[in-house]
Design a binder for this molecule. Sequence first.
Ligand SMILES: Cc1cc2nc3c(=O)[nH]c(=O)nc-3n(C[C@H](O)[C@H](O)[C@H](O)COP(=O)(O)OP(=O)(O)OC[C@H]3O[C@@H](n4cnc5c(N)ncnc54)[C@H](O)[C@@H]3O)c2cc1C
Length: 364
Amino acid sequence: MTSTQTESTEKTTPWQGANAMRVRIVGAGVAGLTCAHAFAARGAEVTVIERKSGSGQGCSWYAGGMLAPWCERESAEPIIAELGHESLAYWRASVPDVPNEGSLVLAPPRDLPDLKRFSRRTEAFEWVDGARIGALEPDLEGRFDQGLFFPTEAHLEPRKALAALTRLLVEEYQVAFRFAAEGVGNQCSEVDDQCSEANEADLVVDCRGLAARDTLADLRGVKGEMLVLYSTEISLKRPVRLLHPRIPVYIVPRGDGHFMIGATSIENDERGRVTGRSMLELLGAAYALHPAFGEAEIVEIGADVRPAFPDNLPRLRKRGNTLYINGLYRHGFLAAPALARRAAEVAFDGAYFPEVMDEDHRQW
Ligand SMILES: Cc1cc2nc3c(=O)[nH]c(=O)nc-3n(C[C@H](O)[C@H](O)[C@H](O)COP(=O)(O)OP(=O)(O)OC[C@H]3O[C@@H](n4cnc5c(N)ncnc54)[C@H](O)[C@@H]3O)c2cc1C
């Protein structure tokens, strides 16, 4: 069965309300905002509750914004690439500034076996030699002999993309946002009396990221650290991944001389603290890509915790009138739009998507 098919025998009850479905979404990260879009586009009355002062300020704030289904295929299950292709089309259609420049994967000559291993685990790339690398990224000319170029991939600036999505939701879909409001379990707690309407929802969509661990016991945190550098000495058009035996690093150009360098992947849920060792590794890799990064200004360092299930795959779970969307791990931007579309089909049409839904869906 493909992801776009549903199994009629496994359906839940489709929406049968006479009026628009009232949906309360808890959490305004990439999962919550893309869900708000998917539900509002189907005619739901959507309210988004977010405990921070604006949208996209949780784990999503720190993401690199690589939309790289083929590169991720190197270490992720095929379903991530499948969700990624759908999401790539969504971002291209929904927000401005999604450069379609592809991705470049490079390795120093001594790590050529890593490049070969990477190539065996994925597809939709071309081998590039030093001259072609220089044509794609003139500032890298003469620095690498071989690489892989993935021409159909893209990237975005997560903070700008989520701000643009929030504007779209408010202006075109009349989605209501309640910031500095806490969605506690199934209720929005009163903050300046702004929750009373939101508490009368037909469906709650829980997109709280790692905070949902209070009800999703198998959720764990995977810490990711990043930094942003500023340099006018180098320019890149596309994300570059540098393979490295200990810590594979990527550099995403953000325009105006800014570059996001990411990301560590550490099995703990210690939010916020950035270690010297991690910074040494990230900076060392950036310097290995181009010495100009050694002179760059450090604009920001940051860390957050990716929400992940034991198999690192995302899930939709429905319990009563709450639909949980979680476990986006390192694929929030790559997977959320495709999950959001499925979530709306689960709620409106009673659809069932075995590739992202647990086997115990019959108990709902
Ligand atoms: C360094 C780093 C780099 C990354 N790079 C990439 C990348 O290049 N591409 C990619 O696709 N993914 C990347 N990721 C992963 C991606 O950031 C996550 O998968 C994604 O952000 C998870 O989104 P979310 O909406 O589930 O969670 P979050 O973004 O954490 O959103 C959850 C929201 O819920 C809110 N909330 C929590 N509890 C409550 C409550 N009780 N009431 C109201 N609101 C509440 C929080 O404040 C938060 O805003 C990266 C992650 C890190 C850390």
